[in-house]
Design a protein around this ligand. Structure first.
Ligand code: NAD
Length: 483
């Protein structure tokens, strides 16, 4: 049983202002795996005061010094990588081996990457008679979800610290233990007091208090579109900068000249990663009418090859969902798909056989004959549920792909690379994989439309936490449009 009863504020582990706690459940068996403090407005006040108090000092450190701390944090997380993978596998449900590579591996790499980027990044440039300097935006409130919990945290905390900002982190209450490990790592790295602070609690309490706080300059949020809208409204009262990484309903467009087997397999894998609890999941597979039967057959076959089971078991390819609420939500969508008239080609709403009792398991599911207007094609399900949609021609495919309130990601498959790129450019989304192109941690990540605004990762993510300031210098002749 993991019990945490303190918050990390001002460089110390302090008791929360109230006595309420939140239970955290093991996705694999539904049992309580631990407890955390349910922090509230008073705790947020203390954390913001600590972050403000440290801001001036931290903004004045050199990039080299900040890079040193980031490298130390990366090394500290690396030393605890196995523990992190195991905790997150249980919190979220991702199979352990994959959790080691992604859930622990990516944050370790991102902290190190920002140390590297800091050494190359130019914080000023000369434009005519102006010196344009990049300054940290100030105190950052970071609010993160549970699906890739430490990765989402790292994509905010590492670039914010790199930029010279101080941070108050409010992690997901569903998967919070990895954030405590990060706070311990930060403490061990000797980061000055107040530069990084951790307050756990519910979104409606600790989260909203952080968003509304006048001492916070920016909110960087990853989570649902529903919460993103509420955060935008609240943050507007104090005119905060807001970056939003929200949901998705991404289309995988398989063109008529694609390697069909590879494209379908790639799409199903992209849909089922982390049991479908991935914001960029390829949940709509668009296939030409002429290839619909064959594509459906392959998709059902690939889906059935996924072994569902305990995330800690070696043989598991599809772990459970993260919570009872998620389980009910996903099963509800599967039933809705059937009611809407889609054809169930694999899986279904019943619990899978042979899985540990009490865990939040769902069958890998494929729907055929889906119309893009159906709820299962428009709404984010966040489970292993693929919708296959047939299209007439390339224009029709692009129209369907873009007929979504979301615009986070997508994929295009064609043996003709130029054609694939041409279609990819017409998809209104922040990230489009061409023929299964690999994930790139230095490429900008973020959404169009209701998938949010702002970009994370690489140098683009660093720039999110910087303000421009221009110093108009004497000694140069005044020039209109000087450059
Ligand atoms: P969520 O919106 O319920 O919660 C995310 C975080 O926000 C949690 O820490 C929660 O406590 C907090 N929160 C909730 N309501 C809040 C409020 N009113 N004010 C302040 N904070 C609040 O989302 P979730 O269920 O944890 O995560 C799943 C969602 O996240 C999915 O929609 C998924 O697509 C999205 N997501 C997006 C990305 C991306 O980069 N675009 C990445 C991962 C997840």
């Amino acid at each position: 049983m993991l019990v945490r009863d303190k918050l990390f504020i001002g460089g110390r582990w302090v008791a929360p202002s109230g006595s309420e706690t939140l239970e955290v459940h093991n996705a694999g068996n539904g049992q309580v795996m631990g407890r955390i403090p349910a922090g509230g407005a008073k705790d947020v006040d203390a954390a913001v005061a600590a972050a403000r108090g440290a801001l001036e000092m931290w903004t004045q450190t050199t990039p080299e010094k900040r890079a040193e701390f980031l490298d130390k944090i990366s090394a500290g997380l690396k030393a605890r990588a196995d523990e992190l993978a195991k905790v997150i596998a249980q919190e979220v449900g991702m199979p352990l081996k994959l959790a080691g590579r992604i859930q622990a591996g990516l944050p370790i790499a991102n902290f190190a990457n920002y140390a590297r980027l800091l050494k190359e990044f130019s914080f000023e440039e000369k434009i005519g008679n102006s010196l344009v300097v990049r300054e940290p935006v100030g105190v950052v409130g970071a609010i993160t979800p549970w699906n890739y919990p430490l990765h989402q945290i790292a994509l905010k905390v590492a670039p914010a610290l790199a930029a010279g900002c101080t941070v108050v982190l409010k992690p997901s209450e569903v998967a919070p233990f990895n954030a405590f490990i990060l706070a311990e790592t930060v403490e061990a790295a000797g980061l000055p007091a107040g530069v990084f602070n951790l307050v756990t609690g519910l979104g409606a309490a600790a989260g909203e208090a952080l968003v509304a706080h006048p001492g916070v300059d920016m909110i960087s949020f990853t989570g649902s579109t529903r919460a993103g809208k509420r955060i935008s409204e609240l943050a507007a009262q104090t005119v905060k900068r807001v970056a939003l990484e929200l949901g998705g309903k991404s289309a995988s467009v398989i063109l008529d000249d694609a390697d069909l087997a590879a494209a379908v397999k790639g799409t199903v894998n992209g849909c089922y990663l982390n049991s479908g609890q991935t914001c960029t999941a390829l949940t709509r597979m668009l296939v030409p009418d002429s290839l619909y039967q064959e594509a459906s057959r392959i998709a059902a076959e690939v889906a059935k090859s996924f072994t569902v089971g305990d995330p800690l078991s070696e043989t598991t390819r599809l772990g459970p969902l993260s919570s009872q609420a998620q389980l009910e939500r996903v099963r509800g969508y599967i039933r809705k798909g059937q009611r809407e008239g889609a054809e169930l080609l694999a899986g279904g709403a019943e619990l899978p056989d042979g899985v540990p009792a009490g865990g939040y398991y769902v069958k890998p599911t494929v729907f055929g004959k889906v119309k893009n207007g159906m709820a299962i094609a428009q709404e984010e399900i966040f489970g292993p549920v693929l919708s296959i949609i047939a299209y007439r021609d390339e224009e029709d495919a692009i129209r369907i792909a873009n007929d979504s309130p979301y615009g986070l990601a997508g994929a295009v498959w064609s043996k003709d690379e130029a054609r694939a790129q041409r279609v990819a450019r017409r998809i209104r989304a922040g990230q489009v994989d061409v023929n299964g192109g690999a994930f790139n941690m230095n490429a900008p990540f973020g959404g169009f439309k209701q998938s949010g605004h702002g970009r994370e990762a690489g140098v683009y993510g660093l720039e999110e936490f910087l303000e421009y300031k221009s110093l108009q210098l004497k000694g140069c002749k005044f020039k209109i449009f000087s450059a």
